[in-house]
Design a protein around this ligand. Structure first.
Ligand code: FLK
Length: 325
C-alpha cells in the first residue's frame, strides 16, 4: 500500500499537523521524526488539560494493553504520559490494523496550550519508543512491510500545506537530484553527518553530527557556526531575555547554505527571520539558534521546509535522501 497526507502549518510554521484516523476518529497529529511514540489526547486526559483538543475514545474500538504505560519527554522539556491501546490507525489511506495508540492521562502545559495539536505520531526508530514493559513499534515500522517501498518522504512548506508520503517518491515534489547519506541509528534518530556551512560566500565552519527532526521548529547549530552566521546581521544579539539570537526585523538576513553528501542546499534568509520577538515587532527571533547542551545539531522545520527529504529503510542500512524543493 501507499498514501499521502497533508501537513498543515500552524501560525509561524511553529509545527505541522496532519489529520489521522485513530479508531475511526480524526485527530490532528504532529508527525515527529525526532521521537518514536504515537500518543493522543484522549477521554482519559483530565478535562483541565484537554479542553479544545480532539480526544481519542478507546472505548469505541481500542483493545487495552493491560499494565502497559508510557512516559515521554522531548528536547524542549515538554512531555506526556499515559496508558496503551491497540487500534486501527489510518494515515493518508495507509492502514495499520493494530497500532499501539498511547492514550494520554497527563500532558505538559506546552501541549495543553497548543489546541491545534491532538497528539504526536513518532517517526524516529522504534528503539526509542517509551512504552513499558514492552516497547512498541512506530506507525512506519508497523506498516513498512506492507508499503510498496519501505520509505516515507517529507515535503514541509513555508506558510502552506505540505505532505508526508508513505511508500513512494513523487518526483514532481523536488528539483534536481536526490543526494543520499548514511544514517547512524544508535541514538534512535535519523542522524547523519552534515558538512560546511556558508553565508554571503563566507565560511561559517562545519555543521557535523545532525538529526533531521520534523518535531523541532528551528535549526539548532554548533555555537561557532551560529555566532559566525549572526555576525553577518547588523544589530543581531544573543539575548538571554528573548531566549536566543534576535535582530532588527528590517535587517538583511542572509541565506544559509549547508553541504550534505557533497551537495550544497540553501535555507532562504526569510525563513531565518522567524517571528517577532516582542509585541512592538521591532526585534525578530532567529530561526537558527545554538545547540548548546544538546550534543548534536537539530535540523528542524526551518531547514526541512526548504527541502524534500526521503527517510529510507529500503535496505538494511537506513539512509536519508535530500533534494531542493
Ligand atoms: O524532542 C525532540 C528533539 C530530539 Cl533531540 N524532537 N521532537 C519533539 N517533539 C515535540 C518537541 N520536540
Amino acid at each position: 500500500q501507499s498514501g499521502s497526507v497533508a501537513a498543515n502549518p500552524e501560525q509561524y510554521d511553529e509545527s505541522y499537523l496532519c489529520p489521522v484516523q485513530v479508531g475511526g476518529q480524526t485527530l490532528n497529529l504532529d508527525f515527529d521524526t525526532g521521537s518514536a511514540d504515537l500518543w493522543v489526547f484522549s477521554t482519559l486526559t483530565p478535562a483541565t488539560q484537554s479542553t479544545g483538543h480532539a480526544k481519542y475514545n478507546p472505548k469505541t474500538s481500542g483493545k487495552a494493553k493491560s499494565g502497559y504505560t508510557w512516559n515521554i519527554s522531548y528536547g524542549d522539556n515538554s512531555g506526556a504520559s499515559g496508558t496503551v491501546y491497540a487500534d486501527k490507525v489510518v494515515v493518508g489511506g495507509v492502514t495499520a490494523t493494530s497500532q499501539a495508540v498511547e492514550a494520554a492521562t497527563s500532558v505538559s502545559t506546552q501541549f495543553m496550550q497548543d489546541t491545534d495539536n491532538d497528539g504526536l505520531l513518532g517517526l524516529a526508530f522504534s528503539t526509542i519508543n517509551t512504552v513499558q514493559p514492552q516497547q512498541q513499534t512506530t506507525f512506519f515500522d508497523t506498516v513498512k512491510g506492507t508499503l510498496a517501498k519501505k520509505l516515507f518522504t517529507v515535503d514541509l512548506k513555508a506558510g502552506t500545506a505540505g505532505t508526508y508520503d508513505f511508500g513512494y517518491i513523487d518526483s514532481s515534489k523536488y528539483a534536481g537530484t536526490i543526494t543520499y547519506v548514511p544514517v547512524k541509528t544508535t541514538n534512535g534518530f535519523w542522524e547523519f553527518t552534515a558538512g560546511a556551512a556558508t553565508a554571503n560566500n563566507r565560511s561559517l565552519g562545519s555543521v557535523g553530527d545532525a538529526i533531521a527532526d520534523t518535531g523541532t521548529t528551528l535549526m539548532y547549530l554548533p555555537t561557532a557556526v551560529t555566532s559566525a552566521y549572526y555576525a553577518q546581521i547588523s544589530g543581531a544579539t544573543n539575548s538571554a531575555a528573548a531566549g536566543g539570537y534576535i535582530f532588527p526585523c528590517d535587517a538583511d538576513v542572509p541565506d544559509f547554505h549547508i553541504t550534505i553528501g557533497g551537495k550544497s542546499f540553501t535555507v532562504p534568509g526569510e525563513y531565518i527571520n522567524f517571528t517577532p520577538a516582542d509585541n512592538s515587532g521591532e526585534q525578530c527571533f532567529g530561526g537558527i539558534q545554538p545547540n548548546t547542551g544538546i550534543g548534536f545539531t537539530i535540523l528542524g522545520d526551518v531547514f526541512l521546509k526548504a527541502m524534500f527529504v526521503v527517510f529510507d529503510q529500503t535496505t538494511s542500512a537506513p539512509r536519508l535522501g535530500f533534494a531542493a524543493q
